[in-house]
Write a new protein. Structure first.
Length: 255
């Protein structure tokens, strides 16, 4: 994939539906060049073209981890950094495999004393490797299941069932989409099942989402406001939306 096409995906991830004209002006190329790029990305299943514009197909659901990692990276790192401040020494935490939670764990690794005190439960092989298979934390539990090589995580019923054996203080999950009613949804059934069980097995659940994830819906319903302790996002919410969260005693942590 050309560097310009990666930039297009990054713009669409941040802005949602974006016109050909805007892409052309932003990237400093002709509209015909943008159209060719969009045709190529559409043929690869990455974008959906709409009259004079484009959007990501199913959000970032069909993109591999290595590509999603670069999309809105600064925003994801910003969200992850703020979320990491809510992890204290000797916490037991559930970490879902995702790009944003991976960045969160990178932040934790920068705090050696904190990291070494943590008990980490995860389905992410990448996170397990980051903690050097348990050498860099108090204890590491890598959940079972089949290995999704592209995502670098385990999936399926075995891992979800294993979560029943744990009681964590905090769970950190990454939302594929958050609706106007603040319902959390997922593109994949396996993600939905994992997130639901993580919420049940943790005293507090933090939902991490950069602003492009807000006010969209994916196919599978994960949870509603009653199940969430806090949202962590770089989005700016209107006072009326903040009031909805306050009424449900859900914290909104601004990144």
């Amino acid at each position: 994939m050309e560097a310009r096409q990666e930039k297009i995906l990054n713009i669409l991830s941040n802005q949602g539906i974006t016109s050909v004209l805007t892409l052309s002006q932003t990237l400093g190329v002709t509209r015909e060049t943008i159209r060719k790029d969009l045709r190529s990305l559409e043929n690869g299943g990455k974008v959906k073209r709409i009259h004079g514009a484009a959007t990501l197909r199913d959000g970032a659901a069909n993109m591999p981890f290595s590509l999603r990692e670069t999309l809105a990276e600064d925003e994801k790192r910003q969200v992850a950094h703020i979320a990491s401040a809510y992890i204290q020494k000797e916490d037991t935490i559930i970490i879902e495999g995702s790009t944003t939670t991976y960045f969160l764990c990178e932040d934790l690794m920068a705090e050696k004393t904190l990291a070494e005190s943590l008990t980490v439960i995860t389905n992410s092989i990448r996170v397990a490797q980051l903690f050097q298979m348990g050498e860099k934390c108090r204890a590491l539990y890598l959940l079972g299941g089949y290995v999704d090589r592209e995502e670098g995580c385990t999936r399926g019923k075995f891992g979800v069932d294993m979560l029943d054996s744990f009681k964590a203080g905090k769970a950190f999950i990454s939302a594929a989409a958050i609706g106007e009613d603040f319902s959390v949804t997922a593109f994949k059934e396996e993600d939905m099942l994992f997130q639901r069980k993580a919420i049940l097995c943790a005293e507090k659940t933090f939902v991490l989402a950069n602003k492009s994830k807000l006010f969209h819906s994916a196919l599978f319903n994960v949870c509603n406001l009653n199940d969430i302790y806090a949202f962590v996002s770089n989005a700016v919410l209107a006072p009326s939306l903040m009031e909805i969260l306050r009424a449900k005693q859900v914290e909104f942590i601004q990144a």
